[in-house]
Design a protein around this ligand. Structure first.
Ligand SMILES: [Zn+2]
Length: 138
């Protein structure tokens, strides 16, 4: 079983050690070296649309799982209570599905509902008439 230690820091250091997750609360980011040993840096932004970090006073957990599908190792694992739990590796289809789902969550989170067409037209015509009145000095 792989143990994950954690360090709370303001800035993420340049040199990262394996088996440690570096957490910057200020920048809402955690970073660690991929636990498979490939030494790729895994950045997990902490936000309602990304990862959720929990700290129980002793160890940390990240939710959801970490899927390093952009690395050669394609490793997929959970960090739960300071321990690494391996997940099955993903098929290409699963990766695509997760990516799509991720994108949807992000769009929902970052963008508000688009304005209904009518409102937009109303606004535009108001702006247009405002401009005409302004030009005519009325
Ligand atoms: Zn790896």
């Amino acid at each position: 079983m792989t143990i994950m230690q954690h360090r709370f820091l303001e800035f993420i250091p340049d040199h990262l050690e394996e088996g440690i997750i570096y957490i910057s609360i200020e920048y809402c980011t955690a970073i660690h070296l991929c636990v498979c040993g490939c030494r790729n840096k895994v950045v997990t932004p902490i936000s309602p649309a990304d990862w959720k970090l929990t700290f129980n006073g002793k160890s940390i957990s990240l939710y959801p799982s970490i899927g390093n599908w952009s690395f050669d190792c394609q490793s997929h694992y959970w960090i739960k209570d300071g321990k690494v739990e391996w997940s099955e590796s993903w098929s290409k289809d699963q990766i695509l599905n997760v990516r799509e789902y991720d994108a949807e969550v992000k769009i929902k989170y970052y963008k508000t509902e688009p304005e209904p067409e009518i409102k937009r037209i109303e606004k535009k015509s108001r702006a247009f008439w405002g401009w005409i009145l302004n030009v005519l000095n009325l």
